[in-house]
Design a protein around this ligand. Structure first.
Ligand code: NAD
Length: 339
């Protein structure tokens, strides 16, 4: 199979590319990424040079480019990770979220339809369901929970999901969607909660925590998300949505305290800051459909997964320090200039 993975220089897409290239040497993995501030070719280093891997730089919302690529490459499967993904950035600059997350998705859908792609998979988020109250631990998001978004980011992701489902209903495009909870693990861009807290704690800098730190997130190791997507593209039913989550709910404050403890740093580093506008209170996924239909079972629980992740950031300081220093932005030019 020839598989197009978009956004494969980002956090989850990058981990997925590693997983697919290693697991399926007989498949060809084409990684398409625009290399925005969040894309980093150093994340792709472990697969560079492998015979079943290729990188292409480009914009999923560039229709001419995308159609030409699909015509040339004749993909069997498309897995769309490419997105603007940071909620805080969507509050300050919503427009690029519409362009990439909505129009980029419809461009890929049109190309998939035109060139007869056998499976289009959309990587979505539990944030499309909005949030749950903190005092109702019995409630979980299922695939039939109504979409009820809070941020420009989640609104753009929900819009994209609706287009994906419409292309199935209207044009018969063989689509699937996964909606996953918060991911953690290696290669996570250091503006997101867990790597941000690790890098700041190591530098003895204040750790900014929104509000009282009591917002609850449901954490899943990125490896388990990658396995779930692989199962869905191979065995999932077309036209279906699958929730992905491992029942690892933690308050933001608990996550930060775990990191401080693991790094032997004092809790006095925690600094509570004004809450994010429209901040979702609690996310919690019910993954029963994925478990019963496709036999998915997460390998990691949060307590062991977070310790391994912290160790990864300690062992790979160069990776995230290059990002923080902005050096990675020159990497592409250095690596690919004149090739
Ligand atoms: P990320 O920001 O780390 O990576 C996004 C990647 O997309 C980057 O490499 C970026 O360069 C690329 N990109 C951005 N705009 C592009 C464009 N127009 N054309 C081509 N490439 C473009 O994001 P992530 O955290 O890895 O998330 C990947 C996907 O998973 C997103 O669709 C996100 O909504 C979804 N998701 C994320 C989480 C999470 O916890 N991070 C949870 C559930 C779902």
């Amino acid at each position: 199979m020839k598989i197009l993975v978009t956004g494969g220089a980002g956090f989850i897409g990058g981990n997925f590319v590693h997983y697919m290239v290693e697991t399926y040497p007989e498949d060809m993995i084409v990684n398409l990424d625009l290399l925005t501030y969040a894309g980093n070719l150093e994340t792709c280093k472990p697969v560079e040079g492998k015979p079943n891997y290729k990188f292409v730089k480009g914009d999923i919302a560039d229709r001419e480019f995308i159609f030409k690529l699909f015509e040339e490459e004749k993909f069997d499967v498309v897995v769309n990770f490419a997105a603007e993904s940071h909620v805080d950035r969507s509050i300050t600059d919503p427009e690029i979220f519409v362009k990439t997350n909505v129009m980029g998705t419809t461009t890929l859908l049109d190309a998939a339809k035109e060139f007869g792609v056998k499976r289009y998979h959309q990587v979505s988020t539990d944030e499309v369901y909005g949030d749950l109250p903190l005092d109702r631990p019995d409630l979980f998001f299922t695939e039939t929970t109504p979409l009820h978004t809070s941020s420009p980011y989640s609104s753009s992701k929900a819009s994209a999901d609706l287009f994906v489902l419409a292309y199935h209903r209207t044009f018969g495009l063989p689509v699937t969607i996964s909606r996953c909870s918060n991911n953690y693990g290696p290669y996570h861009f250091p503006e997101k909660l867990i790597p941000l807290m690790i890098s700041r704690a190591l530098a003895d800098e204040d750790l900014p925590v929104y509000g009282k730190g009591d917002n609850v997130r449901d954490w899943l190791h990125v490896y388990d998300h990658c396995v779930a997507i692989d199962l869905i593209i191979r065995n999932g039913r077309v036209g279906e949505v699958y929730n992905v989550g491992g029942h690892n709910e933690r308050t933001n404050l608990e996550v930060v305290q775990t990191i401080l403890k693991a790094l032997d740093k004092p809790e006095t580093l925690i600094k509570f800051v004004e809450d994010r506008k429209g901040h979702d209170r609690r996310y919690a996924i019910d993954p029963t459909k994925l478990e019963t239909e496709l036999g998915w079972k997460p390998k990691y629980n949060f307590d062991t997964g977070i310790q391994q992740t912290i160790q990864w950031y300690l062992d790979n300081k160069e990776w995230w320090q290059n990002i923080l220093s902005g050096e990675y932005q020159n990497y592409f030019e250095k690596m690919y200039a004149g090739k």
